[in-house]
Design a protein around this ligand. Structure first.
Ligand SMILES: O=C(O)c1cc(=O)[nH]c(=O)n1[C@@H]1O[C@H](COP(=O)(O)O)[C@@H](O)[C@H]1O
Length: 274
C-alpha cells in the first residue's frame, strides 16, 4: 500500500482523523489487569471501535518498549493491517541517526514492524532522512514544528533570517520529497507556525498532534493547515480517545470521541465552505 494514496483516499471519504495507540497500563479498565496480552487486547478493541472514523492509526513506540511489549506492538500492527487493509499505520518512533544506522531504523519500521509510515527526527540532517525516503511506497513524517511546550526553544531560532522549522519544511518540500512520500509533523499548539509552514510546503501532508490532551486549537489547525477543504491533514488524538472512559464502555467511548473529532473537523469546513 502506498501511504500517501491511502491517506488521500480517506480524505476523499471525509476523515482526517488519526487515532494514536499510546497504551498506559495504569489507565486501562480494571478488567485488563489480569490479562497477559493486555496491550494488544486493549488496542484490538480500540481499533475495531474506531476504524470507521479514521484515516490511519499511530502506535507510539516508547509506550510498547517501556513495557517490554514490542511483540504486542507487532501484533497490533498486524491486526490492524489484516482486518483493515486500507487503513495505514504510522509507527511513531521519531528515529534519526547516521545514514548506515538510519537505514537499519528504516528496516525496523518497514520490514520488521510492517508499518506504512514512520516519524523521523531531522536534527542530524539530510543524510539521516534519505535512507527512510528511499522506501518509495512508505510515508516518512519529518518533525518540523512539534507540539510540546519547549518546541520553540530550538525550532523557532532564526537562522539566515528564517526560523529553523521553515528551513526543515523547505528541505522536506524541495530536497527530500523526490518520491512524493514526505510529510511533516506540525503541532496543533503552533497555529501561527502552521500557516507559515503551509506557505513553503504547499502540498505536503501534515501529521498534527496536540489536539485533545495537549489543548491544541482545532479550528486554527483546519484553517491554517489544510491544502484544500477536507485534505492535507492527519489530525492525531491519543489520550483523549483511548481513555475517554476507564469503564467497561471504554471502546464505545473511544468511538464516540473519534467520531466527534471527525465531525468537528468537517463542521469547521462546512462552516467556512458551505
Ligand atoms: O510525532 C508525534 O506523533 C508527536 C509529535 C509532536 O510534536 N507532539 C506529539 O505529541 N507527538 C505524539 O503524538 C501523541 C499525542 O498524544 P495525545 O496528547 O495523548 O493526543 C503522542 O504519541 C506523542 O508522542
Amino acid at each position: 500500500m502506498n501511504f500517501n494514496d491511502a491517506i488521500r483516499h480517506h480524505w476523499q471519504s471525509g476523515t482526517q482523523v488519526c487515532v494514536g495507540l499510546d497504551p498506559f497500563l495504569d489507565r486501562f479498565p480494571p478488567a485488563f489487569s489480569s490479562q497477559t496480552n493486555a496491550i494488544f487486547e486493549f488496542n484490538k478493541a480500540i481499533i475495531d471501535a474506531t476504524a470507521k472514523y479514521v484515516c490511519c492509526f499511530k502506535p507510539q513506540f516508547a509506550h510498547y518498549a517501556a513495557e517490554a511489549a514490542e511483540s504486542q506492538l507487532k501484533q497490533t500492527i498486524a491486526y490492524a493491517k489484516s482486518n483493515y487493509p486500507n487503513i495505514p499505520v504510522i509507527l511513531d518512533s521519531k528515529r534519526g541517526d547516521i545514514g548506515s544506522t538510519a537505514s537499519m531504523y528504516a528496516r525496523e519500521a518497514f520490514e520488521h514492524y510492517l508499518a506504512d509510515a514512520v516519524t523521523v527526527n531531522p536534527y542530524m540532517g539530510s543524510d539521516t532522512v534519505l535512507p527512510f525516503a528511499k522506501f518509495q511506497d512508505k510515508g516518512v513524517i519529518v518533525l518540523c514544528r512539534t507540539s510540546n511546550p519547549s518546541a520553540a526553544e530550538f525550532q523557532n531560532q532564526t537562522i539566515e533570517g528564517e526560523p529553523l522549522y521553515i528551513h526543515v519544511a523547505r528541505k522536506a518540500q524541495q530536497l527530500w520529497n523526490e518520491h512524493g512520500n514526505i510529510s511533516l509533523v506540525v503541532g496543533a499548539t503552533a497555529a501561527e507556525e502552521m500557516a507559515k509552514i503551509r506557505s513553503v510546503a504547499p502540498d505536503l501532508p501534515f501529521l498534527v498532534p496536540g489536539i485533545g490532551a495537549q489543548g491544541g486549537d482545532l479550528t486554527a489547525t483546519v484553517e491554517n493547515g489544510q491544502t484544500s477543504p477536507g485534505s492535507g491533514l492527519i489530525i492525531n488524538s491519543s489520550r483523549q480517545v483511548l481513555y475517554a472512559s476507564q469503564g467497561e464502555d471504554f471502546a464505545q467511548a473511544a468511538a464516540k470521541e473519534t467520531k466527534k473529532l471527525r465531525d468537528d473537523i468537517n463542521a469547521i469546513n462546512d462552516h467556512h465552505h458551505p
